[in-house]
Design a protein around this ligand. Structure first.
Ligand code: G6P
Length: 368
């Protein structure tokens, strides 16, 4: 067992470090110099994408968070209505099926009971087509969906999902561009996205070098009982995923909020005992995020900010800033996932928990 962990102490850390390679593999054969290679999505893809007028995403856990990022992308870049819901809710409520809607399940294992039940239900409800974004080729979700866009993350052993999540985001960006092409996303914009994707593995490698300062930062969390994660826009689901990672493996209660919601409740919780983690890459929302963070500081909260080099954040009294490489907006959610994974990993190691097999959790939840 330890042999396959290679030089790493835990599978989770190994899987975090595999991300540049598995993302390269997920992009392999699917992007050309300036455009996505849609043929690689499968022979059925063209007809299905041509008729798609809306998208409904269904998933659980970490995979649900990648779906939430995709909602920002599919509506914001492709211009198609997109909804996203956790499978356990979707399968038990009444809802309206819009015409020509593509149902997309997202799953590492392809066997999650709620996601599979949601797919089976959707087939009886008049969805135009079904697609899965999945990491296991022989899985039930792949077998039972019209279309499968595989993530090439390789086997993921750590219960807390890492590389499956970022490869899902890559696959979802490819889907976004494929849908966008049909809605006026022009060649120049497609080329910009594709170029950003080409640069992604190297930027991920660069981001992984933040491991040491993040390790140091993790000491501030080990004795804490609560933490708040903040982001805005497509970074909000990244903050949610960061909070989930910390909960899963360090057993610290962590919550995530869209930063603009702070004043509507969570600000009441802020004091010196509540570390606040913020992801701050987005130029467009940066100023707004900054003023949210000033409110936190004014109430004595200690801030841990992952910020774009050019964002003008600097460390000081009660503020710890880690500079993240400057990246294009479209790939920022993928990049900012990395420091949050590393943070939860190091906090868990400090706390001495079973990082790869956290208590009460299973890698694949195949029963309801
Ligand atoms: C379990 C795992 C999570 C995972 C979720 C959904 O709860 O512990 O890491 O995100 O299931 O799994 P899936 O295989 O459908 O992505």
């Amino acid at each position: 067992e330890s042999a396959s962990k290679g030089k790493y102490r835990h599978y989770m850390l190994k899987e975090i470090y595999e991300q540049p390679d598995v993302i390269r593999n997920t992009l392999q054969g699917r992007i050309g110099k300036d455009q996505i290679l849609e043929q690689a999505f499968g022979t059925e893809a063209k007809a299905i994408l041509d008729k798609t007028k809306a998208v409904q995403i269904v998933a659980c856990g970490t995979s649900y968070h990648s779906g939430m990022v995709a909602q920002y992308w599919i509506e914001g870049i492709a211009g198609i209505p997109c909804r996203v819901e956790v499978a356990s809710e979707f399968r038990y409520r009444k809802f309206v099926v819009q015409e020509d809607t593509l149902l997309v399940t997202i799953s590492q294992s392809g066997e999650t009971a709620d996601s599979l039940a949601a797919l089976r239900l959707a087939k009886t409800l008049g969805y135009a087509s079904t697609m899965t974004i999945c990491n296991v080729a022989q899985s039930s979700l792949v077998r039972e969906s019209d279309l499968a866009l595989m993530t090439e993350a390789g086997p993921e052993i750590g219960v807390a999902s890492t590389k499956a999540f970022t490869t899902q985001l890559v696959a979802l960006m490819l889907l976004t561009v494929a849908l966008g092409r049909r809605r006026g996303l022009n060649k120049e914009s497609e080329a910009e996205i594709v170029q950003a994707l080409h640069g992604l593995p190297t930027l991920l490698e660069e981001t992984l070098t933040l491991d040491k300062p993040i390790h140091k930062m993790s000491e501030a969390f080990a004795e804490k009982h609560n933490a708040l994660f903040l982001g805005r826009g497509a970074q909000w689901p990244i903050a949610m995923e960061g909070a989930l990672k910390l909960k899963e493996i360090s057993y610290i209660h962590a919550e995530s909020y869209a930063a603009g919601e702070l004043k509507h409740g969570p600000l009441a919780l802020v004091d010196a005992e509540m570390p606040i983690v913020a992801v701050a890459p987005n130029d467009e929302l940066l100023e707004k995020l900054k003023s949210n963070l000033e409110e936190v500081q004014a109430r004595g909260g200690e801030l841990f900010v992952f910020a774009d080099k050019a964002s003008g954040f600097s460390s000081g009294e009660g503020v710890h800033v880690i500079s993240v490489p400057h990246v294009a907006d479209v790939i920022a959610p993928i990049i900012y996932t990395i420091p949050l994974q590393l943070l939860s990993y190091h906090v868990a190691v400090l706390k001495g928990t079973d990082v790869d097999q956290p208590r009460n959790l299973a890698k694949s939840v195949t029963v309801e």
